[in-house]
Design a protein around this ligand. Structure first.
Ligand SMILES: *Cc1c(COP(=O)(O)O)cnc(C)c1O
Length: 227
């Protein structure tokens, strides 16, 4: 189908957000010392808009659904091999093979069975993807993520399986102040000996950066409201 609506400008929001991240980083002694990854959460967005973001300098993208990512991304990744694609949605066992083939980073490891399936599949495919353990910091029954109490054990299990665990990830409960959740994730990461913290979305990424985020995942503030 032809795209009838004009592509919104993404270069300006990317520049604005990049500046805001730098400012937030400078203002806080708790901020991550390395390069902060600005990840475009591109679910529901078409190829033309994604390519515009790549041309504006964005290198990391996150998708929630394996099927949607498999439909959209192989072509884009062929054209722009420097782009890294992160899985930021719940991952089912039967999608693990496709996910390992497609993604560069898995941010949503949240249970032993999934860690085992990922490790086996990476071995099988001869691929080694960086992984984050997703933590359900708000103990929400409907939400993905390992419990706070079980986080350290799951990280240990992932390491035992040979997974390259680089950090923790969380999605705080809607309607709550995110700062306590970010603080909890940062504390857990220290306890687990991890540096990476994937936290912060459109509404709260500056808070997340001040509290140590190494990766912020931004959808609406970059691409506009989702259809
Ligand atoms: C959609 C999504 C985001 C981005 O959300 P915005 O509020 O649009 O910035 C971040 N993380 C995850 C896991 C998402 O699903």
């Amino acid at each position: 189908m032809k795209e009838l609506t004009p592509i919104p400008d993404v270069a300006q929001p990317i520049a604005d957000v990049t500046r805001n991240i730098a400012k937030a980083k400078e203002s806080s002694p708790l901020a991550f010392e390395g390069n902060i990854c600005l990840l475009g959460a591109s679910k529901g967005q078409g190829r033309a808009l994604i390519e515009a973001a790549i041309k504006a300098g964005m290198r990391d993208f996150g998708e929630n659904r394996v099927q949607e990512a498999a439909d959209k991304w192989p072509e884009i990744k062929n054209k722009y091999p420097e782009v890294r694609l992160h899985c930021i949605g719940a991952l089912q066992r039967n999608k693990v093979a496709a996910a390992v083939a497609l993604f560069d980073v898995i941010q949503t490891v949240d249970r032993e069975a999934l860690a085992e399936a990922l490790a086996a599949e990476m071995h099988q495919q001869g691929r080694k993807l960086a992984c984050y353990v997703q933590v359900n910091t708000g103990a929400e029954p409907q939400k993905a993520g390992v419990s706070v109490e079980e986080t350290e054990a799951l990280v240990a299990k992932c390491r035992m399986l040979g997974l390259d665990v680089v950090g923790l990830m969380c999605v705080p409960p809607v309607g709550q102040h995110p700062a306590p959740h970010f603080a909890l994730l940062a504390k857990l990461a220290v306890e687990c000996g991890l540096k990476g913290l994937s936290m912060g979305m459109s509404e709260d990424y500056e808070t997340a950066v001040r509290m140590g985020a190494s990766c912020v995942r931004l959808g609406r503030v970059i691409f506009g409201e989702r259809a």
